[in-house]
Ligand binder design. Structure first.
Ligand SMILES: [Fe+2]
Length: 167
């Protein structure tokens, strides 16, 4: 079971107020679940994509998965720095992630591009919204982390969306 309660678990000498650390910890765990879900979806796409654009898409989806693991690691470690348990188990991610569910019966490569674009956009836009929360809470370090991750995720979203040639 995931925890949505605002409390901390570890003692820390970080001098942010306890309620700020707890609130940031909850946000960080929400984004952690999203990005770990994104990593699984990108690997699913990496393995199962087929068609004339196989090679570039196979590589692009793997790059997204690798980056998502790194973003998740930084989010989890920031939560722990604030005295909050990082909840990155498969069960916690399945319970907490709000990404669209990834289908397993995908036929065409452009469907995979749409699926990963939607998943990446959800992750990036949720992180972007949380920057304002972190700024309002005066946790500049979490705000900076979320800003960096959002920028890098936006770049990957561009790489994926460019395959769709949408107008
Ligand atoms: Fe691989």
């Amino acid at each position: 079971m995931t925890s949505n309660e605002l409390h901390t678990r570890h003692r820390t000498r970080v001098d942010l107020p306890e309620n700020t650390r707890a609130a940031m910890g909850l946000i960080l765990n929400e984004r952690l679940a999203d990005f770990l879900d994104l990593e699984r979806q990108a690997k699913q796409a990496h393995w199962n994509v087929r068609g004339p654009h196989f090679q570039p898409l196979h590589e692009l989806f793997d790059a997204v998965a690798t980056l998502a693991v790194g973003w998740a690691d930084d989010l989890a470690e920031r939560a722990v720095q604030l005295g909050v348990v990082a909840e990155g188990t498969v069960q916690a991610v399945a319970e907490r992630s709000e990404l669209p569910r990834c289908p397993t019966n995908v036929e065409h490569s452009h469907e995979w591009v749409h699926i990963i674009a939607e998943a990446l956009a959800f992750c990036a836009n949720a992180a972007r919204a949380d920057i304002k929360e972190a700024v309002a809470a005066e946790d500049d370090i979490t705000a900076d982390l979320l800003t960096r991750i959002t920028g890098e995720a936006d770049k990957q979203l561009w790489f994926v969306e460019a395959h769709l040639d949408e107008r």
